[in-house]
Design a protein around this ligand. Structure first.
Ligand SMILES: Cc1cc2nc3c(=O)[nH]c(=O)nc-3n(C[C@H](O)[C@H](O)[C@H](O)COP(=O)(O)OP(=O)(O)OC[C@H]3O[C@@H](n4cnc5c(N)ncnc54)[C@H](O)[C@@H]3O)c2cc1C
Length: 382
């Protein structure tokens, strides 16, 4: 086994760490407080190639592997979870479906502006009545005179309403198959499509600087050719997309957990009670040690899932395990970090209070903890 990173992976990690420390972390508190989408920062990330990191150069990407991409999300997420999810959702949910399933013409047309970060792209799966049970989609698309007429609502969609958003790919019922089963396809909906509208951003507990909105489709019309890949393959396509997305949310969780550890370790060394640094008390030390152990294991799990994907091996179980474990680790680390800060951890001016709000979504987005356990259970043969 070789646990060393390649020179290319180390370069990406260093680039992202320097960018995150210099351009992201100093603004994270303000972006969170004002729930302001960090447009300039995302544009700078685009210039560095971060929005197209794991895609081939022939489609405008940076040609990095999944391990490098996971390391990048860890570094950005360590500085600001909102910026991290903006990047991860664009890459893994918005852009990857075009690369994974698009026809060559769709790849040529849609990928370059996304991989080069001229536009952000969203993926609309969740609906008010179809969350964990995402196949229960109610949105419909009917073919009429060479166009799809789309009607329905999507909720909690990331990156659909920013000034850079180019469009969204959505799941919709496009008919019923020969066996009478509902046929689901993925449809490409550009931002300026008549009948496609976006609500005001949700007011969120965490990830406050990321863009999350409800989307409405009222007789929204797109050309027949806007089916992503093959018609009727939407259900399997989105399951595959989510498998890859789990690696990036796992990476985001590791980044946040690391930020919790960094803040708690620093504070524990500085804070004096009973005439001694609180880091000298074993009860505090043990919390820090447990954080360090869990972060190490979570990081290894995420990188292993990424490595399996790069080797084109079956990474589904590894990704679900990594996402599940890392999400829980981020919550435990955020809790411990606030605890170690005492009352100061409850105050907005300490970053750990933001981490505590940001961590919870890691156990919900891209499949809840319960859904990850269902996926793992199924793959274990239960
Ligand atoms: C900030 C944010 C950003 C998001 N971004 C996107 C996005 O870009 N695109 C997108 O499509 N979606 C997005 N989502 C949606 C997200 O993926 C869903 O919220 C998530 O999958 C859970 O669905 P739900 O909220 O409807 O919960 P539900 O499915 O209603 O679940 C409620 C509870 O019931 C549990 N549960 C449900 N079914 C079972 C079962 N069979 N067994 C045991 N427990 C069960 C769940 O685990 C959960 O605890 C986002 C959500 C948020 C909050």
């Amino acid at each position: 086994m070789d646990f060393d990173l390649t020179p290319e992976q180390l370069d990406v990690q260093t680039l992202c760490r320097e960018f995150a420390e210099g351009e992201v972390a100093p603004h994270a508190e303000e972006w969170d407080r004002t729930a302001q989408f960090p447009l300039d920062c995302v544009r700078k990330m685009a210039k560095l190639g971060l929005l197209g990191l794991p895609f081939p150069e022939k489609y405008g990407g940076a040609g990095a592997d999944t391990v490098a991409y996971a390391l990048a999300v860890m570094e950005i997420g360590r500085a600001d979870a909102s910026v991290g999810i903006t990047m991860a959702a664009h890459v893994s949910l918005g852009t990857a479906p075009f690369y994974m399933f698009g026809s060559e013409a769709q790849k040529q047309r849609y990928l370059p502006p996304l991989t080069q970060g001229e536009q952000l792209w969203a993926f609309g799966l969740t609906e008010p009545q179809a969350g964990s049970d995402a196949g229960a989609t109610k949105t419909t698309a009917a073919l009429s005179d060479g166009s799809w007429i789309i009607n329905g609502t999507k909720c909690f969609i990331t990156n659909a309403g920013t000034p850079m958003s180019g469009g969204v790919t959505i799941t919709a019922i496009t008919g019923s198959g020969s066996n009478g089963k509902t046929e689901i396809s993925n449809l490409i909906v550009p931002q300026d499509t008549p009948g496609y509208s976006r609500a005001q951003p949700y007011k969120k507990m965490g990830w406050r600087a990321s863009d999350t909105r409800e989307l409405s489709f009222t007789d929204a019309q797109v050309p027949a050719e806007n089916v992503l890949g093959e018609r009727g393959h939407g259900f399997h396509q989105f399951l595959d997309v989510l498998d890859g997305g789990r690696i990036s949310v796992g990476a985001l969780s590791v980044g946040l957990a690391q930020a919790c550890y960094d803040a708690a370790a620093k504070y524990a060394k500085e804070r004096v009670q009973f005439g001694s640094s609180i880091s000298k008390f074993q009860a505090v030390q043990f919390q820090l040690v447990d954080m360090a152990v869990e972060i190490e294991l979570a990081r290894s799990a995420v990188l292993k899932a990424a490595w399996l994907k790069d080797k084109e091996r079956d990474f589904r179980m590894a990704a679900a395990m990594a996402k599940l474990f890392s999400g829980e680790v981020s919550r435990r680390c955020a809790n411990a970090a606030v605890q170690i800060h005492g009352g100061y951890g409850f105050m907005e001016e300490y970053a750990v209070s933001r981490y505590w709000r940001d961590c919870k979504i890691n156990e919900i987005g891209e499949g809840t903890n319960e859904v990850q356990r269902m996926v793992i259970g199924r793959l274990l043969g239960f």
